[in-house]
Design a protein around this ligand. Structure first.
Ligand code: E4P
Length: 217
């Protein structure tokens, strides 16, 4: 499964990229606001650090505005993927972007029926928000399983980009379900790496190495 960082914070994006574990990046208006960045300057900077798809979200909700904004964002860098909300006007714009060869990430997906329509419109990626579904006392991961099954059944090329990931277990579940990609905060990427037995084992090796050096004196 491809791992995307869900962030607009260039420092953490750079750190994750240096670890060699990220395949792309997703941003949204809330993440840009949190990082205190404007989309016009943040996206080129992220594209200079991340060698892979970088999602930049439109804020228009009418077809003409979405298309105008999306074309402008797509011109920033070849890796820009235009992120479009899952509404009727958004799907019209996705159809246009697809015809123009502009990649799209259809966001705010909360049902399999929405995901089916996004794929029919030609979305490059679909972003189902599993954490936000969990927040409503439903099993978000069931949506990932349903979408993967439906896309497989009909050979849709749209990639499932599991979003709103909150924990390492979400990542493992998404990978088990066959999600093509998962986008997660840097904190989750760092949690994926951690295991207490690694730390205990490393401390033991270093202590034994020190002892061996002392003995050899
Ligand atoms: C990414 O594309 C989404 O915008 C993001 O994963 C949403 O995550 P949140 O539910 O934690 O805000």
């Amino acid at each position: 499964m491809k791992i995307f960082i869900d962030s607009a914070d260039i420092n953490e994006i750079r750190e994750a990229a240096m670890m060699g574990v990220i395949d792309g990046c997703t941003t949204n208006p809330s993440l840009l606001a949190k990082a205190g960045r404007k989309i016009e300057t943040a996206i080129p900077e992220i594209c200079s650090v991340v060698d892979g798809p970088v999602s930049a979200e439109v804020v228009s909700v009418e077809y003409e505005g979405i298309v105008e904004e999306g074309r402008r964002l797509a011109k920033i860098h070849k890796n820009v993927v235009v992120k479009v909300p899952l509404i009727a006007e958004g799907l019209k714009a996705v159809r246009t972007f697809t015809q123009e060869g502009i990649k799209t990430n259809v966001t705010l997906c909360f049902s399999a029926s929405q995901a089916l329509l996004a794929a029919k419109a030609g979305a490059t990626y679909i972003s189902p928000f599993i954490g936000r579904i969990d927040d409503t006392s439903h099993e978000g991961m069931e949506l990932i399983e349903d979408i993967v099954l439906i896309y497989d059944n009909y050979g849709f090329e749209t990639q499932v980009l599991t979003a709103s990931i909150r924990s390492p277990y979400h990542v493992v579940q998404a990978a088990r379900a066959g999600s093509h990609c998962g986008t997660m905060p840097f904190s989750v990427i760092k949690q994926l790496l951690k295991h207490p037995l690694t730390d205990v084992g490393l401390a033991q090796f270093l202590a034994d190495h020190k002892k061996a050096l002392e003995k050899a004196k």
